[in-house]
Design a protein around this ligand. Structure first.
Ligand SMILES: [Zn+2]
Length: 113
């Protein structure tokens, strides 16, 4: 995938993640704690407990979205971003631009629903 396109998608994921963090955090201090947590990076237990406590305020849909975003960051890290998890085909870039955290190409998504 084109590096510029990939960077733009990564920025989109970061924005979506920041938005969710802002929804969860009640104070600036909490927001700092959440934003210090690099997606996919290991964090110490004390910080993890705090992060889990703050994120528990998100509703189910938001939490699901956060998990999808974290999983997308993990795939970026692993170099498998943009690959459909079902058929292993490339997910078209316009679909990624519309839904940067998607795991499946449209065909596989339709089959799953
Ligand atoms: Zn597929």
């Amino acid at each position: 995938m084109d590096r510029v396109v990939l960077e733009r998608l990564r920025a989109g994921l970061r924005d979506a993640r920041s938005q969710l963090l802002r929804t969860a955090a009640a104070t600036e201090g909490e927001l700092t704690t959440l934003e210090a947590r690099e997606p996919g990076a290991p964090i110490e237990d004390a910080a993890r407990q705090e992060v889990i406590g703050i994120l528990a305020r998100l509703d189910d849909r938001e939490r699901q979205e956060m998990e999808e975003i974290d999983a997308a960051f993990a795939r970026l890290h692993a170099g498998t971003y943009g690959v459909c998890e079902s058929c292993e085909g490339s997910i078209p870039i316009p679909r990624l631009q519309a839904m940067p955290a998607t795991r499946h190409c449209l065909t596989c998504q339709v089959i799953r629903e």
